[in-house]
Design a protein around this ligand. Structure first.
Ligand code: FES
Ligand SMILES: [Fe+2]
Length: 386
């Protein structure tokens, strides 16, 4: 199948919008085309909330972490007042990247010509600029992003006019309140460089159709029900009395979170926070994954694991948590390999959109959400109503 030159015209996607039993998957170009990737960046990633990590990773003033996003590298830090801020990781002089990785700083000094910024983004020093006409340091602070946090989870947005986080995610925060995520801490983070489009791994994380096949030797089959949600999120509920975060047959796990509401206590919620975050919310822990597009056919996977503070304080934590990490390492490797294999298959000239199983409803919803944001018509309608 050739990429059409007018790939954002709605007429190419009529099959994707039919009711689920008649619908077809996204065309291959949505996963392979650089033009489609650029459109997602402009229309989705520069206007969405993007989950970037935990506030407890930035424990003290000066702590920072560089995050890859579809809009380029971002520095997330805690300033001298304790406020979490985010800035584009680019110097206001000639654009050098300012920081790498993680660490702690009292100020940010550009490694190129030494412009120096305070942790609130203000430009404090710029050597040899006295002959530059009308040079006003006040106009060259770091470019800020919007930052909001929910129960210790930090989100950023490039869009200064985006709706508040709680509005963007509708009824999510209220429905998940009894997980008490603010009492959790991050215990481990992993990063993966992957040779596939970001959407393939988001889709994979939100259907249980593959589990009996891809994870036949590890997790085995799972069955999940789709939740009705309000706002930019979806969830699959997998009923299971014991923690899904250890391999089947592993008997000893950590205690359940005290005070979990009845609906949350009965299993795991595999949750999609649009556009690119996955939260697996379990009775005794949570883990998150984000898949960040770095090109049409490449992405970065970031994974983090959180446990209640009281669990981390247990004498047996280090010993028992190894079973959780083992389960994640095995299943994440299996899923990542599937994403790369699927990318290879989608490159075939003979690939055409396929039908869905009824168990892939969230994948279907995700495709429609995506199309609502990237197609030309959706944009037109938005402009008319503005
Ligand atoms: S690019 Fe940063 S000081 Fe010149
Ligand atoms: Fe999987």
């Amino acid at each position: 199948m050739r990429d059409p030159h007018d790939m954002f015209r709605p007429l190419h996607y009529e099959d994707q919008r039919r009711p689920l039993p008649d619908a077809r998957t996204l065309p291959a170009w949505c996963y392979t085309s650089e033009a489609f990737h650029r459109r997602e960046r402009e229309r989705i990633f520069l206007h969405a909330w993007q989950f970037v990590g935990r506030a407890d990773e930035l424990a003290s003033p000066g702590d920072y972490r560089c995050i890859e996003t579809a809009g380029g590298s971002v520095v997330v830090l805690r300033d001298q007042e304790g406020i979490i801020r985010a800035f584009a990781n680019t110097c206001r002089h000639r654009g050098a990247r300012l920081l790498e990785g993680t660490g702690a700083r009292e100020r940010i000094v550009c490694p190129y010509h030494g412009w120096t910024y305070a942790l609130n983004g203000a430009l404090r020093a710029a050597p040899q600029m006295q002959r530059t006409r009308n040079f006003d340091r006040g106009r060259y602070g770091l470019a800020p992003l919007r930052v909001e946090a929910w129960q210790g989870f930090v989100f950023v947005s490039f869009d200064p006019d985006i709706a508040p986080l709680s509005e963007y995610y509708g009824d999510l925060f209220e429905r998940y309140a009894s997980y008490r995520f603010d009492e959790m801490v991050l215990t481990r983070r992993r990063r993966y460089d992957l040779a596939c489009n970001w959407k393939l791994l988001i889709e994979n994380a939100h259907e249980a159709y593959h589990t009996g096949v891809v994870h036949s030797a590890s997790l085995g089959e799972q069955h999940a029900e789709v939740l009705e949600t309000r706002g930019n999120w979806e969830a699959l509920f997998h009923p299971l009395e014991t923690s899904v975060a250890v391999l089947p047959g592993e008997s000893t796990a950590f205690p359940h979170i005290a005070g979990l509401s009845d609906d949350l206590a009965g299993g795991t919620y595999f949750t999609l926070l649009y556009p690119n975050a996955h939260f697996a919310c379990v009775q005794d822990c949570m883990w998150w994954m984000t898949f960040i597009p770095t090109g049409a056919q490449r992405c970065i996977g970031e994974v983090g694991f959180c446990f209640p503070r009281s669990t981390v304080a247990r004498a047996d934590f280090d010993d028992v948590v190894r079973r959780y990490y083992h389960r994640w390492d095995v299943s994440i490797d299996e899923d990542n390999a599937t994403g790369e294999r699927q990318q290879e298959g989608l490159r075939s000239a003979l690939r055409t959109p396929g039908p869905y199983s009824h168990t892939e409803e969230v994948v279907y919803r995700f495709a429609k959400w995506l199309l609502d944001h990237v197609l030309d018509e959706a944009r037109e309608a938005e402009r008319m109503s503005a």
